[in-house]
Design a protein around this ligand. Structure first.
Ligand code: URA
Length: 240
C-alpha cells in the first residue's frame, strides 16, 4: 500500500504537490470513488483516475546517458531532430529526461519514468550537485573566478554560491577550462553565468550529478542505474 499522492507522482503525470492539489480539488477517484483525504493508502491494484482519466502504473526504469552534441533534451522535437530518448534503444516505457542540457552541451543526463524522483532531483531545495566543465574564450582572471563563486546576476537574480576550479589557462589558444559545481538548474545557467562576467562558452560538458559520473560510458552510450543508486538518489532528497 502506498500513499495516493505518491502513486500519482510516480506515474509521471504530475508532481506530488500538484497531486495533492488535485486530490483536495476532488479530481481524483480511487476505484470509482472521489477521495479527498491526503495520504489515503491505495493498493497496487487500485484503479486511480484523474479527471476521469485512468492513470497507468508501470515499473520504474532509470537510465544514465552520456549525451552527445547535436541531440535535444526533450521527448519529441518539432524539427525532427534526434532526442535523448531516441538514444535509449528498446525501451517502450514513457521515459523523459531529468532536467535539460543544451543541444550543444554534452555529458551526463538521467532519463526515467519516475516522475517523483525527477521532480525531487530538479527541485532547488534538494541542492543536488551538478559538475560542469566549461571551455571558455579568453583567459579567466582570479577576480572573475571569485565572482562566479560568490554568485553573479542572471536574468535579474543572483546565482547561489558555486564551487569553482580553474583547470587550465591556455594562452596559446586564448581559452580557459573551468570546473563549475552548482546546485541550481536554471535554463542555460552555466553559459549565462559566464556571459554575466563577459566570457563566451565554447564547449560545455556536465561531468557529474551528485555521486553519478560518466565512468565507462562513451559519448552516446548509456546504462541503467542499479537499485542501490536509485535508493541513494532518493536519500539525497528531502523526500517527505
Ligand atoms: N548550463 C548551460 O548553460 N547549458 C547546459 O546545457 C547546462 C547548464
Amino acid at each position: 500500500m502506498e500513499r495516493l499522492q505518491k502513486v500519482i507522482a510516480n506515474s509521471g503525470v504530475t508532481s506530488r504537490r500538484k497531486a495533492e492539489e488535485l486530490i483536495l480539488a476532488g479530481k481524483v477517484k480511487v476505484d470509482g470513488k472521489v477521495v479527498l483525504e491526503l495520504g489515503t493508502k491505495v493498493s497496487e491494484k487500485a484503479k486511480i483516475e484523474i479527471d476521469n482519466v485512468l492513470i497507468t502504473r508501470e515499473d520504474k526504469v532509470y537510465y544514465l546517458l552520456n549525451k552527445p552534441r547535436g541531440v535535444v533534451t526533450t521527448t519529441k522535437d518539432e524539427h525532427q531532430r534526434k532526442t535523448v530518448v531516441d538514444l535509449i534503444e528498446g525501451e517502450d516505457k514513457r521515459i523523459y529526461p531529468v532536467g535539460r542540457l543544451d543541444y550543444d552541451t554534452t555529458g551526463i543526463i538521467l532519463l526515467t519514468n519516475d516522475g517523483e524522483l525527477a521532480n525531487l532531483l530538479m527541485h532547488p531545495k534538494n541542492e543536488i550537485e551538478k559538475v560542469y566543465i566549461a571551455k571558455i574564450e579568453g583567459i579567466i582572471s582570479p577576480v572573475d573566478l571569485m565572482k562566479l563563486k560568490n554568485g553573479v546576476i542572471i536574468d535579474g537574480v543572483k546565482t547561489r554560491k558555486a564551487k569553482v576550479k580553474l583547470k587550465r589557462n591556455d594562452k596559446i589558444n586564448n581559452s580557459s577550462i573551468v570546473e563549475l559545481t552548482i546546485h541550481e538548474g536554471k535554463n542555460h545557467q552555466v553559459k549565462k553565468m559566464f556571459e554575466a562576467i563577459g566570457y563566451n562558452v565554447l564547449k560545455l560538458k556536465r561531468e557529474r550529478i551528485a555521486f553519478l559520473d560518466l565512468t565507462g560510458l562513451k559519448s552516446g552510450k548509456y546504462r541503467k542505474l542499479n537499485p542501490k543508486e536509485v535508493k541513494r538518489l532518493y536519500s539525497l532528497t528531502n523526500n517527505n
